[in-house]
Write a new protein. Structure first.
Ligand code: ZN
Length: 308
């Protein structure tokens, strides 16, 4: 986990197709100074104000996570947010000339590569993070998201689908490199019947085999096959991590997730942030001399030498 705030070294432009609109969307990413946070600004409509990438600004969670304020919104931000969270980018302005982030290949890998290629700059200010202090869970039918205190960030995710995907479970322990190699390349997935239904309703018009794993019966339509045998559950971990990045600081704890999607992810995060005592916001006062996370845990006592 990165202990200093970060931004990018210079401005970059990214262009790509929107998943729902199928239109080319231009995005410009600009460095921002310390303590400014992550902001989206719609540049295709004059007079729009920037919107903070934060849980309280999530306005829609159907199919993707949408951030909005007033009349404007930016949707399908979760894979981009996951890349920012993984690389520890805390201050950034995102100007976007459209209603959704480009889908690219349906994973977070192109975002990670773009951001690493432009280069990251550590800023001279500590990066606060949330330590989970008390267990909490939210259950909706057969879906669940639970958290408990732990010295590391880990996500234990289970999905269960009939047909090709079946039951998949993966336990992921966070490190930047592990995220980049094990989780970021996992693409979004959908059933062929769902794609047809969405496209008939004018949605997912840009969706196809170049940006999603499309499941049909007992197989997939993508000629290149899967990137991992359990690519689907890895993508759910990616989505969950991206949605949790909207907390505004990384969460440090053990998460157990069963069949959750953007909607329950958001409900969970809003509940956790809105319930006093579940999380403690901790700001490191100096670089730890040994692995960061091992100095934090176990709850509840933090080493006062470098945390205040
Ligand atoms: Zn996704």
């Amino acid at each position: 986990m990165h202990y200093l705030q970060k931004t990018i070294k210079q401005k970059i432009q990214v262009s790509g197709k929107g998943l729902h609109s199928n239109k080319q969307i231009d995005m410009v990413l600009s460095p921002r100074p310390i303590n400014t946070g992550l902001w989206f600004l719609r540049t295709d409509r004059p007079g729009n104000k920037p919107v903070k990438a934060a849980s309280e600004n999530v306005t829609d969670t159907a199919l993707a996570t949408t951030i909005g304020l007033g009349d404007e919104s930016v949707s399908t931000v979760e894979h981009f947010m996951a890349a920012l969270g993984c690389l520890g980018i805390t201050n950034l302005q995102v100007e976007i000339a459209g209603q959704e982030a480009p889908v690219l290949d349906g994973s977070a890998q192109p975002w990670v590569e773009l951001l690493r290629n432009v280069g990251l700059r550590s800023l001279n200010a500590p990066r606060p993070f949330y330590v989970v202090r008390r267990p909490f869970e939210i259950v909706e039918g057969d879906k669940m998201v639970a958290m408990e205190p732990a010295s590391d960030l880990s996500i234990d995710f289970t999905i269960d689908f009939p047909g090709f995907i079946k039951n998949q479970r993966r336990v992921f322990s966070f490190s930047e490199n592990a995220f980049v190699s094990e989780i970021a390349p996992a693409r979004t997935f959908c059933l062929q019947s769902e794609v047809e239904k969405m496209q008939a309703a004018g949605k997912a018009l840009g969706g196809g085999l170049d940006n999603a794993v499309v499941v049909s019966g007992n197989g997939i339509l993508n000629k290149e096959g899967l990137r991992f045998p359990d690519e689907c559950v890895r993508h759910k971990i990616l989505d969950f991590f991206g949605d949790m990045t909207l907390a505004g600081a990384p969460l440090l704890g053990r998460f157990t997730v069963v069949k959750s999607g953007h909607s329950l992810n958001h409900k969970f995060l809003a509940s956790v942030l809105g319930t006093p005592g579940l999380l403690e916001l901790v700001t490191p006062s100096r670089a730890p001399s040994e692995p960061y996370l091992s100095r934090v845990a176990p709850a509840p006592a933090l080493n006062p030498a470098w945390a205040h």
